[in-house]
Write a protein that binds this ligand. Structure first.
Ligand code: NAP
Length: 247
């Protein structure tokens, strides 16, 4: 049985009707950037819990999660209504292996996310580790419309802190766009548009790629990277692409 502890909302950010961040206080066990916890609420006498990645860096408070409101879902619409001072539940033990200590040395780190899966990468980018380990760090963030590009302030701060090492590449897939990449991540990898945009080679010799998103994105992006000779990284079989299915 999971041990649940109480979390208290300190701030709710409503990016739009469907995208919400909750900042909260709770006694969590120490976590690594990139890990997730389980958050839950009691619905009709039953505790419903789902995994949510931590967006804050491990030493940053308050804690923070970022999620999509699934209209018919039992949990996210209720979590999205919580106001400062109100409570939900969390299992304080973190989980997950999408962390920098799991990946091998490489010159360049590519973090490629769709939608709310940007969260764990923001946590990683707020820590010191990527900046001491990699010459260049690229954050690719794919959303349908510009209005879904949440956390622009945080990304701007990371850019200001690491102006020569960091590159941010938004992908807007359902709106006309000029200077941005207007196709999905795998299509932009295969066409070479992502490499042209960053001026960096995406090759097994230079890159390690971390992927976070829905399962078809993970599958499709891995397939496009495999065409470049990259392979999935596993503890026993080192490779170039790290990803984790947690949903
Ligand atoms: P989403 O709908 O999965 O992402 C929107 C973007 O992803 C759009 O640009 C979309 O392009 C693109 N996309 C969709 N399918 C794709 C594919 N097969 N290959 C490449 N790009 C694809 O966003 P979301 O609803 O926020 O979901 C994010 C996913 O990440 C969920 O599965 C969630 O469980 C997971 N996740 C969430 C968290 C968290 O803490 N909330 C953490 C880790 C992972 P089109 O416009 O062309 O469809």
């Amino acid at each position: 049985m999971s041990e649940w502890v109480q979390a208290t909302v300190v701030e709710r950010i409503r990016w739009n009707d469907a995208l919400i961040s909750l900042r909260f206080e709770a006694e969590l066990d120490p976590f690594k950037a990139g890990q997730f916890i389980r958050a839950g609420m009691d619905v009709d006498g039953e505790r419903i819990g789902r995994p949510y990645s931590m967006v804050n860096a491990p030493d940053e408070r308050p804690h923070e999660i970022y999620f999509n409101v699934v209209r018919e879902g039992p949990l996210s619409p209720r979590l999205a209504q919580l106001q400062p001072g109100e409570h939900f539940w969390v299992v304080p033990t973190p989980n997950g292996f999408l962390t920098l200590d799991e990946i091998p040395e490489a010159r360049h780190l590519w973090l490629l996310a769709t939608g709310t899966a940007i969260g764990p990468f923001l946590s990683i980018l707020k820590t010191a580790a990527p900046w001491s380990r990699f010459e260049k760090v690229v954050l690719g963030y794919s959303v349908r419309t510009r209005g879904e590009l949440s956390y622009q302030g945080t990304i701007q701060e990371i850019r200001q802190r690491h102006p020569t090492q960091f590159q941010f590449v938004p992908f807007i897939t359902r709106e006309p766009c000029d200077d941005l990449l207007c196709q999905r991540i795998p299509a932009c990898i295969e066409s070479g548009a992502l490499e042209r945009k960053t001026g960096l080679d995406l090759t097994p010799e230079t890159a390690h790629v971390m992927l976070c998103g829905n399962s078809s994105m993970l599958q499709d992006t891995l397939a496009s990277l495999e065409k470049r000779g990259m392979k999935r990284h596993r503890r026993r079989e080192p490779g170039h692409v790290s990803m984790e299915k947690y949903h």
